[in-house]
Design a protein around this ligand. Structure first.
Ligand code: GLC
Length: 530
């Protein structure tokens, strides 16, 4: 079990810039994060995912990297990272970081050299073309800002390929030198003690005419090579796959257990929100039925929110419109094919709905990730550009600047009713009935039972369609999970084979079920069979 620790783990995603400033320059940094590790331990977290900390012009919040083997000055230096890793490990917390393989910043020295001259030895590090008519079947991802995946470079008269912003030219993975450079980058951070990577935007590494340039066989070959390289030289470190794709298209990223250890399950996420609004679990049931089984040593990664817009790529156009109607009533809440709001705002800051969504997150198969701040119900700031509205500073307490910085913060905080005067870590830690403690209880309960991360799952059909009820089983342990998706109290009769004695894990209360049970609006029970 030790080698597959990630199957039982709870993850926590952090924007270092927005987490905690230690030196008063207004930007969060690695030392600041180190000071807050005990908070993260108290929440019950096993593994942190650090968003990019590389030197970057920050046109895509650090996903545009100008130097792969360094830490941006505003975050500290490599020694600070080593110290962070050491302290985290002493608290039994692992750290993975973003590895951006697909593209660099246009300010990366490779690209500067590449664009300087058609004969540069670096020309072939990127994808150049005389026309912008190649790879026409490829979709544009940043629809709100990018008219094309090609941008003309005036100086050399050729176009370069980019799947994201024009300031993020795609690397040319057909070039063996590029392939090797990126293995070196991985090994640089693994040598420093990083426990693995969240590999960014992996479906797009290669381009082939006549395809949509996603999930190509060549991509899988390269990624398998990266895995073999890591297993050989750094056993126990993990790879988490960011492929925003349908389950059947993510399945190959697990290979035969020899590609990624983990992969995000993108399509389940919007369906949890659908279930809450429709008061019906059907969409969740359907997508999980459609989800192929994965190798024993692999794990899905599930989440409610992250640093991007709540993506609606993995739903039908009708479902997308419906989601926008329900969850993005104001035009500036929409972004690309998604919604740029935080969990708490999406769920009307309703404590019961937030806990219910988390109950679902924590009891479905897979390992959950919490987006920093969602454990205290932080809000968003829609006045900020693009996805910055959901990347505002962590609200530590009600002192000036939220205890985030003693200087001038790099950005605005969340305002009005959701500002740090009202919502902050200090007040929630002090209050046993707070959302923080409710979430922390879920995290810690989950960690005490392997069945959550490793067990089978079976939906239970009942006479009440607004309940999401399922059984999780692992090595003799059986859980009956009951979620009431409805805004009113609901009673459900359970099949005779489920009549038994249980203990509710979150409250530690014994409960005998001999016919039906009734749940308050949006309530949930995690029942362990005795
Ligand atoms: C991933 C990241 C996103 C970034 C993009 C390009 O989708 O989650 O934040 O903009 O890759 O690197």
């Amino acid at each position: 079990m030790e080698t597959t620790w990630y199957k039982d783990a709870v993850f926590y995603q952090i924007s270092v810039r927005a987490f905690k400033d230690s030196n008063g320059d207004g930007y969060g940094d690695l030392r600041g994060l180190e000071q807050k590790l005990e908070y993260i331990r108290d929440l019950g977290i096993d593994c942190i995912w650090l968003m990019p900390i590389y030197p970057s012009p920050l046109r895509d919040d650090g996903y545009d990297i100008a130097d792969y083997c360094n830490v941006a000055e505003m975050y500290g230096n490599l020694d600070d990272l080593k110290s962070l890793i050491q302290t985290a490990h002493s608290l039994d917390i692992r750290i993975i970081m973003d590895l951006v393989l697909n593209h660099t910043s246009d300010e990366h020295p490779w690209f500067k050299a590449s664009r300087s001259d058609k004969n540069s030895p670096y020309r072939d590090y990127y994808v150049w073309s005389d026309t912008d008519q190649k790879y026409k079947d490829t979709r544009i991802i940043f629809l709100d800002t990018e008219p094309s995946n090609w941008t003309l470079d005036e100086k050399t008269g050729q176009y370069y390929w980019h799947r994201f912003y024009a300031s993020q030219p795609d690397l040319n993975f057909d070039n063996p030198k590029v392939q090797e450079e990126m293995l070196n980058v991985a090994s640089f951070w693994l040598d420093l003690g990083i426990d693995g990577f969240r590999a960014d935007a992996v479906p797009y590494l290669f381009e082939r005419e006549g395809t949509n340039c996603e999930n190509l066989p060549e991509t899988h070959i390269y990624l398998k090579g990266l895995r073999t390289f890591m297993d050989t030289n750094y056993p126990g470190r993990i790879l988490l796959c960011e492929a925003n794709q349908w389950p059947e298209d993510v399945r190959p990223y697990f290979g035969d257990g020899d590609e990624f250890h983990m992969g995000f399950h993108f399509p389940i996420m919007p369906r949890i929100y659908m279930a809450l609004k429709k008061e019906r679990p059907d969409d969740m049931i359907e997508i999980l039925r459609r989800t192929p089984t994965i190798p024993e040593n692999c794990q899905w990664c599930i989440f409610l929110r992250n640093h991007d817009e709540l993506t609606l790529e993995m739903v039908t156009p009708e479902e997308r419109d419906w989601m926008w109607q329900q969850y993005a009533p104001e035009p500036n809440m929409k972004l690309n094919l998604g919604i740029r709001r935080r969990l708490s705002s999406l769920l009307d800051d309703d404590r019961c709905k937030i806990e219910l969504a988390n109950s679902i997150l924590f009891t479905l198969p897979g390992s959950p990730i919490i987006y920093y701040g969602d454990e205290i119900g932080m809000g968003d700031n829609l006045d900020l550009f693009d996805r910055n509205g959901v990347r505002t500073p962590m609200q530590w307490d009600n002192s000036p600047n939220a205890g985030f910085t003693s200087g001038k913060p790099f950005t605005e905080f969340v305002k009005d009713g959701r500002s740090y005067e009202h919502i902050n870590v200090a007040s929630q830690m002090a209050d046993q009935d707070s959302l923080f403690h409710a979430i922390s209880r879920m995290v810690n309960t989950r960690k005490a039972h392997h069945v959550f991360g490793r067990g089978s799952m079976e939906w239970i059909e009942t006479n009440n369609p607004s309940m999401a009820i399922y059984i999780r089983k692992y090595q003799g342990e059986t859980l009956l999970i009951v979620n009431n998706l409805s805004s009113s109290a609901q009673t459900v009769s359970l099949p005779a084979e489920l009549h038994a004695d249980y203990i509710e894990l979150l409250s530690n209360i014994r409960q005998q079920i001999n016919s039906s049970i009734t749940l308050e609006p949006y309530d949930h029970l995690w029942l362990k069979r005795e």
